[in-house]
Each structure stands twice: as structure tokens, then as C-alpha cells.
Ligand binder design. Structure first.
Ligand code: SF4
Length: 339
């Protein structure tokens, strides 16, 4: 038996027609599966009984299995979700004022090798299929009401698995009612694919993980910079087909003594001058893998105020979920190993 979610909409249309039913029944099936999140074919009352029976003989309705769940004091929940081949990924559900944010993974591990990120130490084990990405949403929706925003900031570089990420966004948009406006794709800067992504989903929100204002340090900490250096990133941001009034988010992880000085803030500000951006500062989340430290809050605030004085909108993300290692750069499948 196969997981029904592993089929695309067009594959299901074809299959259902080949069984002698009108192809539009695939639309109905998709509405039940993704829109109403129904977990039994028998409950899909507008499908012919014989079709329901046939579907349940051929398929099962499978969400990623919750292998482990950790909850932080602030209500942030980190899920370890099991996939059918025994791999696992993490997804995080973050309660915010007025809405909930889901932080999703796009790959098992990551091959980008950023030297401050726990996920990088796993290497890339494999890409997630599109349904394993939408499956995370279906699973987290089980205990969520109200407005949800999605950030593709979990394990993996979404643009390194763009085909599956795009297919997942398509389903979220068409069948689950998520405007791409409520989906943020976070990337280290795979620039040609970034342009492609915005051409396909013009309203998609983009977060660029810049972290260093110069090539020397960025290449040292983020090997991808050797291929797509800072200058090209800045040029690309200026050229992105972003709607008026919208801005690209620049993510900047502040690491004590490495990239957190007022001079670095000024350098960053000069780099971003004239671009439609807002800046998210993320004080580093310390972990047992890397020796890097988190700057004192005062230093972070100084960094932020230098940029504010230069006219930028700056948000400091004192990460939620820190104590359950659900915060940015801490996602790594190491459950049960004491981390
Ligand atoms: S920061 Fe993102 S791109 Fe870099 S290694 Fe971690 S998951 Fe991959």
C-alpha cells in the first residue's frame, strides 16, 4: 500500500480517470485530504462509495509520525517527525501574538556547511519529497487553530530542494488556502533559484541569511559565499521582482566577537543602503557543537541602534524555543542523544 499523499494532483487525476471515474473526483479527494484534513476515505462523502473502497484498497492516508515532542515554557513545540524510510526531521510550532508560526524542514540534514549551524554537522542525508513538507503542516495543524504563517527555516536549504519545495508551496496555496504572502523562504543565497522562486510565486516572502558584511568572514563561515559572494547577493536583492511596500528580510546571526561590533553594523548598513530590506538580528543560540558565544544583550542593542540610526527597520529575535533546542541553527536530529 502506498501513501496517498505521495501522488501529485495530476497523477491522481490520471489514476482516477483510468479507474473509470471523472477526473474531477481528484479535486474532491484533494479537498478532503488537504483542505478538510480528513483521515479516512470512508468519510469522504461526496466520492462514490466504490471509489472510496478502491482508494482504501490501494492507499493509506499517512502523516509523518510524531516520534517525540518537546514543549518549551513559552509554548514552543518541537516535533521530531518520522518519515517512511526511517529518517526523521524536525518541525517547530511557535505561538505568536495573534497567529502561530510553523518552522518547517526541507531536507534531512543540509550540505551547505554553515559553521554555526547544528544541522550542517549532519551533512545532507536526503531531500524531502513534496508531501513530506506538506505532511509537516498537516501534522502541526492538528493542534492549531487560527492564522498560521509558515517559515521554511528548519533543517535544510529550501532552494537546494527547490522542485519539491515549489510543489509543496503549490499545494499549500491551491488546496490549503495559504497565500505565498504567509510563507517565508529562508535561503543562504542560491541566487539563480531565488529569482526563479519569485517568478513562480511573486508574493513569496524571502529571508536572506547574510550574517557577515564581507566576503572574508562570510566565506569562512558559509562556504556557499565562494559561489555567491556578498556583492552578488546585494545586487540580486536590488533586482528581485518584489512588490512595492514589501521588503526582503536580512537575517544576521550575531556571534560574540566575530561579527557583532558597531563597525560591523555600520558596514552592514552601508552594504544595504538603498535596498528594500528589513533586518532581523538573531543573537547566537549557544550549543555544544560550536565554540561560538552569544553577545551580551547590550552589545546586541548597540548593533541594532547603529542600524536604526542609519534608517533601517531592525528586529531583534531573542529566539523562542531556546531551552528545547528549537531555535534557529539548533535543529538537528539528535534526539535521545542528550541534546
Ligand atoms: S544555516 Fe541553513 S543552509 Fe546553513 S547549514 Fe544550516 S540549515 Fe543548511
Amino acid at each position: 500500500m502506498k501513501n496517498v499523499f505521495s501522488l501529485t494532483h495530476s497523477q491522481l487525476r490520471e489514476l482516477i480517470s483510468s479507474w473509470g471515474y471523472p477526473a474531477y473526483q481528484a479535486d474532491n479527494l484533494f479537498r478532503w485530504l488537504y483542505g478538510k484534513r480528513t483521515k479516512s476515505f470512508q468519510l469522504m462523502t461526496n466520492l462514490p462509495k466504490s471509489l472510496r473502497k478502491k482508494l482504501s484498497q490501494e492507499f493509506f492516508i499517512g502523516y509523518p509520525e510524531v516520534l517525540e515532542l518537546r514543549e518549551g515554557r513559552d509554548g514552543t513545540k518541537k516535533y521530531l517527525l518520522g518519515l517512511e524510510d526511517g529518517e526523521a526531521v524536525e518541525a517547530v510550532r511557535i505561538p505568536e501574538r495573534g497567529h502561530t508560526t510553523f518552522c518547517l524542514s526541507s531536507q534531512v540534514g543540509c550540505r551547505m556547511g554553515c559553521k554555526f549551524c547544528a544541522t550542517s554537522t549532519m551533512g545532507l542525508r536526503r531531500n524531502l519529497n513534496f508531501w513530506e513538507i506538506t505532511g509537516q503542516v498537516l501534522r502541526l495543524m492538528e493542534e492549531t487553530e487560527g492564522r498560521v504563517n509558515i517559515v521554511l527555516m528548519g533543517m535544510g536549504e529550501p532552494l537546494d530542494n527547490w522542485e519539491n519545495v515549489a510543489a509543496a508551496i503549490e499545494i499549500l496555496k491551491e488546496w490549503m488556502g495559504f497565500s505565498p504572502r504567509r510563507i517565508t523562504l529562508s535561503t543562504v543565497g542560491l541566487l539563480p533559484r531565488l529569482k526563479e522562486a519569485l517568478l513562480r510565486f511573486p508574493n513569496l516572502r524571502v529571508a536572506l541569511s547574510l550574517n557577515f558584511p564581507d566576503d572574508e568572514r562570510r566565506s569562512k563561515f558559509m562556504p556557499v559565499n565562494r559561489k555567491f559572494p556578498v556583492e552578488e547577493i546585494i545586487k540580486t536583492i536590488g533586482e528581485l521582482p518584489i512588490k512595492k511596500r514589501e521588503r526582503v528580510t536580512i537575517e544576521y546571526v550575531l556571534i560574540k566577537g566575530i561579527n557583532d561590533s558597531p563597525a560591523d553594523a555600520r558596514r552592514l548598513g552601508r552594504l544595504l543602503r538603498g535596498l528594500r530590506v528589513k533586518i532581523n538580528l538573531i543573537p547566537y543560540n549557544e550549543n555544544e557543537i560550536f565554540p561560538w558565544r552569544r553577545p551580551e544583550d547590550e552589545r546586541t542593542e548597540t548593533f541594532a541602534s547603529v542600524l536604526r540610526e542609519m534608517g533601517f527597520s531592525v528586529f531583534v529575535r531573542y529566539s523562542k524555543g531556546n531551552e528545547i533546542k528549537a531555535a534557529c541553527g539548533q535543529l538537528r536530529t539528535s534526539w535521545g542523544k542528550g541534546s
